[in-house]
Design a protein around this ligand. Structure first.
Ligand SMILES: [Zn+2]
Length: 106
């Protein structure tokens, strides 16, 4: 994905101000110039996007966790309804695990 002007403004400009050195190389993934700071070479845009992605994932995970907790705290007495309820909880937990796995991916 190419750089947006917002990303340049929000990521690259502050980085230059912070004393990071812009290198003559570009990130193969997003086309941003690579930077060097404290001996570390990195792509600030890919790092930023990765952080945003993780933040989003955690938001989704939190919502799922909330839903699961509410369902667990409100289990119905009726055995038929209870079974349905537990199936929904199981499904939500599976979705949650799926997101956790995605979050761990680089
Ligand atoms: Zn990049």
């Amino acid at each position: 994905m190419a750089l947006t002007s917002e990303e340049i403004r929000k990521i690259i400009a502050p980085l230059l101000l912070s004393g990071a050195k812009m290198l003559d190389k570009h990130c193969p993934k997003c086309g941003s110039p690579l930077f060097e700071k404290n001996g570390r070479i990195f792509c600030p845009v890919c790092e930023y996007r990765e952080q945003q992605r993780k933040k989003e994932m955690r938001g989704i995970e939190e919502i799922l966790m909330e839903r699961i907790k509410i369902l667990i705290n409100n289990l119905p007495e009726d055995p038929g309804e209870m079974k349905e309820h537990l199936e929904i909880i199981e499904r939500l937990i599976r979705i949650l695990e799926h997101y956790k796995k995605l979050e761990g991916l680089e």
